[in-house]
Design a protein around this ligand. Structure first.
Ligand code: GDP
Ligand code: MG
Length: 177
């Protein structure tokens, strides 16, 4: 890489939101460290993790924020959202209530963010096929209605985890560059 390209620095703040126990911390652990915690407690969450991505040959840094369990008390602060340009809005495909709460999270995101945040709706735990309570079509349809990207992931078996983060970062990059 040339000196010139190295001087171009991109750092995008991305927030993970959604109900407690949908797998936010494990999506980040899988993406950033290729780890999974079968019995994770909310305390495993670090404040944020910075991850380098290659977008069209450019190095882009994503600063990915995870909650420390505040979502359990609906107490995610505005500081958490401040400056975010991307969001992963996560539900658990095996718990319908977490999907029904997506509208509230979207409201909260729009209330707290000062710009149009690139958002992907993420149906996590796609490995739990027998316990599925939300169909892929329902997820897709909600995403379309709200103008969001959509993907189903599994932090457990790694499926689509990197794609979920890359989709958001790529779109932010395209808008801002
Ligand atoms: P958070 O509260 O949203 O951060 O959720 P966690 O990442 O702490 O995960 C909550 C529970 O769901 C933990 O027991 C995880 O091991 C489990 N979990 C997370 N992602 C997946 C997944 O993709 N598949 C399955 N089967 N379990 C998952
Ligand atoms: Mg967590």
């Amino acid at each position: 890489r040339s000196e010139e390209t190295q001087t171009e620095d991109y750092l995008f703040k991305i927030v993970l939101i959604g109900d407690s126990a949908v797998g936010k911390s494990n999506l980040l652990a899988r993406f950033a460290r290729d780890e999974f915690y079968p019995n994770s407690k909310s305390t495993i969450g670090v404040e944020f993790q910075t991850q380098k991505l290659d977008i069209n040959g450019k190095e882009v840094k994503a600063q990915i924020w995870d909650t420390a369990g505040q979502e359990r008390f609906r107490a995610v602060t505005s500081a958490y959202y401040r400056g975010a340009v991307g969001a992963l809005l996560v539900y658990d495909i095996s718990r319908r209530l977490t999907f029904e709460n997506i509208g509230r999270w979207l409201n909260e995101l729009q209330t707290h963010s000062d710009m149009n945040v690139v958002t992907i709706l993420v149906g996590n735990k796609s490995d739990l096929k027998d316990a599925r309570e939300v169909t892929t079509a329902e997820g897709k349809s909600l995403a379309e209605a709200q103008g969001l990207f959509f993907i189903e992931t599994s932090a457990l078996d790694s499926s689509n985890v990197a794609v979920a983060f890359q989709t958001v970062v790529k779109e932010i990059y395209n808008i801002l560059s």
